[in-house]
Design a binder for this molecule. Structure first.
Ligand SMILES: Nc1ncnc2c1ncn2[C@@H]1O[C@H](COP(=O)(O)OP(=O)(O)OP(=O)(O)O)[C@@H](O)[C@H]1O
Ligand SMILES: [Mg+2]
Length: 341
């Protein structure tokens, strides 16, 4: 079965053609990172406009790279939730129109489901159920229990910021470029991860909190450079040396990874039946996290961030689980809906 996957939930315009949920025939991602590096974050209206410009060239490129015609496409899958409203609209309107034009079944896929199913692409050995999925992205930090394909139970979630968001905000404090995750990881390579002791949040059970860690970094930076807490945070970077920036990046990264690992270990104790652990979302590209969880499945680094291949893979397993296509005239978007709905 050959599926065209379309993804536009945030600032990547992406389309891919995937066979049987695991063989990538093409995977085209046009990122808006260069545009948003200037602003230090995503501006939703600009993201939507950029999707509109890039969408059809990206879809056409995905088909030509794969060497398939519309006749060979069995289904179209598109992200309909969660994400930025304007961004989701461009992807879903495109997918609906293409499904009607080419008379193809249309599937609406949850974005976090897609991140999880990136772990089924191009793998020799596939994850076994029941499993735990640690979702670590720009908008989410969750531990999911999966009894089988397409069955998701949230057993832990963040009370405030997502871990990826925390990487982005800490990078801003340190004056490192957007997106913060890769910048922090790079700076940390030359840093001493034991230099600054940062607290682990005290959150009950399997839930997370990352806004306190971001504030702890802010306070530690203010103390290190000797300014009061009222000092404008965007000016702190001017007072930091290269060495201090790298040490803060390494200390923060180590703490964030420790928090994730501790909660995952707790979840494994509570669910002794679990056979595999998969890690999903943009932060799963992090090398220190990969080293901290040597037995877990990780997507190929190129599939950690948003892409169309994971949407097509998730759709394939939805179809295998008996999910019916969506009426293209009625497909709706849900910017905030949970994976359990
Ligand atoms: N090497 C890395 N280390 C840590 N974080 C990283 C790394 N690479 C990317 N990230 C982070 O991953 C996040 C982007 O991931 P992703 O694209 O999955 O998020 P999103 O799509 O915006 O959010 P969501 O998937 O929750 O809707 C950013 O916060 C980015 O800083
Ligand atoms: Mg994402």
């Amino acid at each position: 079965m050959i599926i065209l996957g379309i993804e536009t939930s945030c600032d990547e315009t992406a389309a891919a053609v995937v066979r049987d949920g695991r063989e990538i025939l093409s995977n085209v991602v046009v990122s808006q990172i260069d545009i948003f590096a200037e602003y230090g974050g995503v501006i939703p209206e600009i993201a939507a406009r950029s999707h509109l410009e890039a969408m059809m060239p990206v879809v056409n490129r995905a088909l030509s790279d794969a060497g398939v015609s519309w006749d060979e496409i069995d289904a179209i899958a598109v992200t309909h939730a969660p994400g930025l409203l304007g961004s989701l609209l461009i992807g879903t309107l495109t997918a609906r129109t293409l499904a009607i034009l080419h008379n193809k079944p249309l599937y609406a896929v949850h974005h976090l489901k897609s991140h999880v199913y990136a772990n089924w692409i191009s793998k020799m050995a596939l994850p076994q159920f029941p499993l735990l999925a640690l979702v670590v992205s720009g908008g989410h930090t969750q531990i999911l229990y999966m009894k089988g394909h397409n069955q998701f139970e949230i057993i832990g979630t963040t009370h405030d910021d997502a871990v990826g968001e925390c990487f982005d905000k800490v990078a801003k404090i340190l004056g490192l470029p957007y997106p913060g995750g890769p910048s922090i990881a790079k700076a940390a390579l030359s840093g001493d991860s034991g230099r600054f002791k940062l607290p682990h949040p005290k959150v009950e059970g399997l839930d997370f909190s990352f806004s306190g860690l971001k504030t702890a970094v802010l306070r530690a930076v203010q103390k290190e450079v000797g300014v009061p807490i009222s000092y404008p945070s965007h000016k702190l970077k001017e007072l930091l040396s290269e060495k201090q920036i790298c040490d803060f990046a390494a200390s923060f990264q180590r703490t964030a990874v420790e928090i994730l690992r501790e909660k995952l270990e707790m979840a494994l104790v509570e669910h002794p039946d679990v056979k595999s652990v998969v890690v999903a979302g943009g932060v799963s590209a992090n090398e220190i996290l990969r080293k901290a969880l040597p037995d877990a499945y990780f997507p190929a680094p190129s599939l950690s961030g948003d892409n169309g291949a994971m949407v097509a893979a998730a759709c394939y397993y939805e179809i295998q689980s008996g999910v019916e296509p969506t009426d293209p005239y009625k497909l709706d978007i849900y910017p905030r809906i949970s994976i359990e709905n």
